[in-house]
Design a protein around this ligand. Structure first.
Ligand SMILES: *Cc1c(COP(=O)(O)O)cnc(C)c1O
Length: 698
């Protein structure tokens, strides 16, 4: 299949590899490749938001001539080209040689901030799954959405209210390519069996060795209503949301068929793409299987990963709504509407069509995303599981280490361990961290804290330039300090995560953070979903505290949380705070990202933390049951204890005890919560088992 990016059509031959690297997100997790784009023009690189396509498109013929004549640049260019070639050709086998290809469907992918097609944790998990599968040569293809308007660009006014603006993606400049049809035009596919017809264009993202295809209904061939299907993530309009999920499941399946991409295993990340399961039944019936055989085959070769700890948070559609779209479709799978509906009926609430129940009904391989979440999941679907005799397994989430660790650690491991990426999930490989000089680690940390504060200051400065109220500039972090103990709460701003819990007793909080010998500053960041009014009210409450002179500019709200902001915060904060209402955090991954950088998790015992906490690598909040009052008290007690440890300095002003906690964080979390460990779990629990059954004709 042919693809093209129209902006890089006429590219200098001498730099052909630069174009290839720009069109493959591999560059984003390789430090030398990142550096290569930066040295072309550091200011321009910032200006284009680290988007290599936009960077290369801004250069003129003279710029290219200069690069080609720049001996130093060309040396680095040839080296990175060789690294890229070696990466693409590396064929180290972590899988069984006969592992069958997996199609991985998800409504969002978090890969890089130049491609804002994500809202939060689900997307970053999906992105890290693709990156790690590429590193490990796991045969996989991804399917998702090209959201023309991105997620939401957060702008906060002086009243603290979040105003959402669209962030339209310039598709030509995004790090994506058009998939072309036989005539060299952009490939457009009709979503099968949907009447009136809906069309989708197809884009491709190269994620190392993995291809990710994105569906895009925002094209001329569609009516305005249909164009809107892929315009926003998770639209609250239930009719449009259903149409989104039909396009993702049914349309996504059609994309793979049209491109002739063969796969044998279907992995659904959350319930949004679950209609793909029906398309698979249809496919097997067309291959000559009976309906019963087709259903059996779909069940045995599909994996469903659930991320929801709450039945009420799953998508449920009215039968009428679903029936309207599928009344003719069902004939293709030899069903009537009642039989079709039966796959989506939750025995505890049989009045609608539930996408999670659908996914569980048609997959025999179901997993939660942490050990604790498995128990929570078994509880919320108890009656369904008893009725169907299904089991829930779990694969605890992990994070893609080369993406999330800071460059200094990356280089330190290169020197200290050598080929460390090969053994990144070995539980004891990182004990060698103990050999790193305390001073070196502390200096590194201070460097990243300064980078974080500079980054936040620069953002605040831009806000000032744009005419914002000075109070807003202060609230957004203009007065933050480079040196003091920094506690960060950054994630989606929504009720169950209790973002403002730490503000519960403000007098108590001020007395702790304004202790002249042991000062603390607090950073918040995160967006509320545009339809989540209570979430916006929480942001407003926090923002008002940031504006209050009593907080002395030491409580700040960083606007527009995204992957770039996250990278600065997880690398530069001392404490990563998480205090969800139990048991509503299925896993959480940002705490892992902080810990692998040596920054310390302070969290309720929810999601991954009961598995991650070992008594030495962080702190816990509250008990087994959430209680706002007690949990807030627990946070305050922790802060006092932490400040004591943090400011306990030796003769040379190093916090020895604190650095030991940082080392424990790195040692324990890096191997065990790496995406490498996670993908090995997916292989061992599902992909290899299914492959071996398939090989034996089962
Ligand atoms: C990792 C990450 C998340 C997910 O973190 P949680 O702990 O699940 O909230 C969300 N947003 C961004 C930008 C991230 O990098």
């Amino acid at each position: 299949m042919k693809t093209k990016n129209i902006l890089l059509e006429n590219f200098p031959k001498e730099l052909e590899n630069l174009k290839k690297i720009a069109l493959n997100l591999w560059w984003s997790w390789n430090p030398r490749a990142r550096e290569l784009f930066k040295i072309i023009d550091p200011f321009l690189w910032e200006y284009v938001n680290h988007n290599p396509i936009a960077l290369l498109n801004s250069l003129n013929d003279d710029d290219y001539k200069n690069l080609i004549n720049n001996h130093e640049f060309m040396k680095e260019y040839h080296l990175v080209s060789a690294l890229f070639k070696d990466y693409l050709n590396s064929s180290k086998i972590y899988t069984d040689e006969n592992t069958y290809k997996i199609a991985y469907f998800c409504a969002e992918f978090g890969l890089h901030h130049s491609l804002p097609i994500y809202s939060g944790g689900l997307g970053f998990l999906a992105g890290d799954v693709l990156k790690e599968s590429s590193d490990m040569n796991i045969p996989m293809v991804g399917i998702g959405f090209m959201y023309s308007n991105g997620y939401v660009k957060q702008v906060i006014g002086s009243d603290g209210w979040q105003h959402g603006e669209n962030q339209p993606i310039n598709k030509d400049e995004a790090p994506i390519e058009r998939v072309l049809d036989k005539n060299g035009n952009h490939l457009i596919i009709q979503v099968p069996f949907i009447d009136p017809p809906i069309y989708t264009a197809v884009w491709k993202v190269n994620v190392g060795k993995i291809e990710l295809y994105l569906l895009d209904t925002d094209i001329e061939q569609n009516s305005p209503w249909d164009r809107g299907i892929s315009s926003h993530l998770y639209t609250p309009d239930m009719q449009q949301r259903l149409r989104q999920q039909i396009v993702l499941g049914i349309g996504g399946y059609a994309v793979l068929e049209t491109l002739g991409i063969k796969y044998s295993i279907l992995h659904l990340n959350e319930g949004h793409p679950a209609f793909a399961l029906f398309e698979r039944i249809r496919y097997f019936i067309n291959q000559g299987l009976s309906k019963e055989e087709a259903i059996k085959k779909v069940k045995s070769t599909s994996i469903f990963t659930t991320h929801t700890p709450l039945a009420a948070a799953t998508d449920v559609y009215s039968f009428e709504n679903v029936g309207n779209y599928f009344k003719d479709y069902v004939k293709n799978i030899k069903m009537d509407l009642n039989e079709f509906f039966s796959f989506g009926i939750n025995p505890d609430d049989p009045h609608g069509f539930n996408m999670t129940i659908l996914a569980m009904n048609l997959s025999d391989n179901i997993n939660a995303v942490s050990k604790k979440h498995k128990i929570v999941t078994e509880n919320i679907w108890k009656n369904f599981l008893i009725k169907t005799d299904k089991k829930i397994d779990y694969v605890t989430n992990g994070v893609h280490i080369p993406t999330w660790i800071n460059e200094d650690l990356y280089k330190m491991y290169d020197e200290l361990i050598g080929n460390w990426l090969e053994i990144q999930d070995d539980a004891n490989a990182f004990d060698i961290i103990d050999d790193i000089d305390d001073k070196k680690l502390w200096k590194m940390h201070k460097k990243y804290k300064k980078l974080m504060v500079d980054f936040i200051n620069k953002k605040a400065q831009k806000k000032w330039e744009s005419g914002a109220d000075p109070l807003v500039v202060i609230a957004e972090g203009a007065l933050l300090d480079n040196d003091i103990l920094t506690v960060t709460f950054a994630r989606r701003m929504t009720g169950y995560k209790r973002p403002d819990l730490i503000l519960k007793d403000l007098d108590r909080l001020y007395s702790i953070i304004h202790n002249p010998r042991r000062p603390i500053q607090i950073i918040f960041s995160g967006k509320a979903h545009p339809a989540d009014t209570p979430g916006k009210q929480i942001i407003q409450r926090i923002f008002k505290v940031c504006e209050d002179p009593k907080s002395r500019g030491r409580i700040a709200f960083v606007e527009d949380y995204n992957e770039e902001v996250a990278k600065y915060l997880i690398r530069g904060s001392d404490i990563w705070l998480n205090n969800p209402r139990l048991p509503l955090e299925a896993s959480g991954t940002s705490g892992m990202k902080a810990e692998i950088n040596g920054n310390v998790h302070l969290s309720s015992l929810d999601g991954w933390w009961p598995e991650g906490f070992n008594g030495k690598n962080g702190f816990t909040i509250g008990g087994e049951i959430s209680d706002d009052e007690k949990d807030a008290q627990s946070i305050y007690e922790n802060l006092e204890r932490i400040a004591n440890l943090y400011y306990d300095r030796d003769d040379l002003n190093y916090p020895k005890k604190w650095i030991q906690i940082k080392k424990e964080a790195i040692k324990s979390v890096t191997p065990n919560f790496s995406a490498r460990r996670m993908m090995k779990d997916y292989l061992n629990k599902f992909y290899l088992k299914i492959s071996s059954n398939l090989r034996r004709g089962k």
